[in-house]
Design a protein. Structure first.
Length: 116
């Protein structure tokens, strides 16, 4: 299972250092792993990216093979330009990949940690 870890708030630099050191040690032990870490400075920053429609879009992409943004818009019954903007925002945040082969979300789960 591959997981994307999302951190909201906290000290980004210290968290990045901790993750890098942990990855280094795991690699030294010969562990094979793929991980993705995303950080948002605040809940407001996260909620600007993960709107209700975008979470719905992510769920659809996780469950279906999507060949294009146009096909995704049609499947969701949404306007192409709005879906295109959503895909662009989610790809910019690191939650989707969109290219000539289609739209993909290459992880099984999103784990969220909120630092207060």
């Amino acid at each position: 299972m591959s997981t994307t870890q999302v951190t909201v708030g906290g000290d980004f630099i210290e968290e990045a250092k901790r993750q890098a050191i942990d990855a280094w040690h795991r690699a030294e032990r010969g562990e094979k792993f793929v991980e993705r870490h995303l950080a948002f400075e605040s809940w407001d920053a996260l909620s600007r990216v993960l709107t209700g429609k975008r979470v719905e879009l992510l769920g659809y992409v996780r469950r279906h093979e999507v060949t294009s943004v146009r096909a995704l818009a049609k499947a969701l019954g949404r306007d192409y330009s709005n879906v295109h903007a959503d895909v662009k925002a989610l790809a910019g945040a690191g939650l989707l990949e969109s290219n000539a082969k289609g739209v993909r979300a290459d992880y099984d789960a999103i784990e969220t940690r909120i630092a207060i």
